[in-house]
Write a protein that binds this ligand. Structure first.
Ligand code: GAR
Length: 228
């Protein structure tokens, strides 16, 4: 259960561009999200997202996957780094490594991910190409608690976008990404206010009871977004 008296403390894990991280930091700066980013950890020392965060004077750390041939060793080191900051939540924001079961279990109920598809559809990689190849009319993004199954439910909230007839993977990805930036902030707002919470039975609770299906955002990012 979130302690709504104090800001949520976050550690954000990235691997590259870091645009979701930036959107979260912008929302915090704008007073839209009661949270503090304690640290940003990148799985690549050369991630673009790290450069920006250094400029914003946040603790930035690189734990490069190439230095750890065994996934278990990497995950153990990562777990130790994260726990130094004792965050309420660990956010995967374009963190492109599969995490071991032990890591995921350790952070059960505290680990969130954003995935560029309407889960449970299109788990895994290259979701935009696959959405087009499969002739889907609708695509989008999901924020979910991470459990031991790859890109698994339970999903908290989703954003939907149409797939247009002339879309390339790039144009579709750009449309989805614009929604992602609002979606992660929305999910965090709901947790910060205590409206969404992880329950030890492995289900997401929304206000007084289990969330029957993912919440949806509609409207334009950043301004007129509403929750259905
Ligand atoms: C985002 O589109 C995110 O959904 C995706 O990586 C991108 C990171 O962008 N994550 C995954 O595919 C995880 N399965 P960003 O670095 O600009 O936030």
């Amino acid at each position: 259960m979130a302690d709504t008296e104090r800001p949520l403390s976050l550690v954000v894990l990235i691997s590259g561009r870091g645009s979701n991280l930036k959107a979260i930091l912008r929302a915090i700066d704008a007073g839209r999200l009661r949270a503090t980013v304690k640290a940003v950890i990148s799985s690549r020392a050369d991630a673009d997202g790290l450069r920006w965060e250094r400029a914003a004077a946040i603790d930035t750390l690189a734990l490069d996957g190439r230095d750890y041939p065994r996934r278990e060793d990497y995950d153990r080191a990562l777990l130790g780094l994260i726990e130094r900051f004792a965050p309420d939540l660990v956010l995967l924001a374009g963190f492109m490594r599969i995490l071991s079961a032990g890591f995921v279990r350790h952070f059960r109920g505290r680990l969130l991910n954003i995935h560029p598809s309407l889960l449970p559809a299109l788990r895994g990689l290259r979701t935009h190409q696959r959405a087009i190849a499969e002739g889907l009319r609708e695509h989008g993004a999901s924020v979910h608690y991470v459990t031991e199954e790859l890109d698994s439910c339970p999903v908290i909230i989703q954003a939907r976008v149409p797939v247009l007839s002339d879309d390339s993977a790039e144009t579709l990805a750009a449309r989805v990404l614009q929604q992602e930036h609002e979606l992660y902030v929305r999910a965090l707002q709901l947790i910060a206010t205590g409206e969404i919470r992880w329950n030890d039975d492995g289900r997401v609770y929304y206000r007084d009871g289990p969330l029957p299906e993912p919440l949806k955002i509609t409207g334009l990012p950043d301004t007129t977004c509403t929750i259905d």
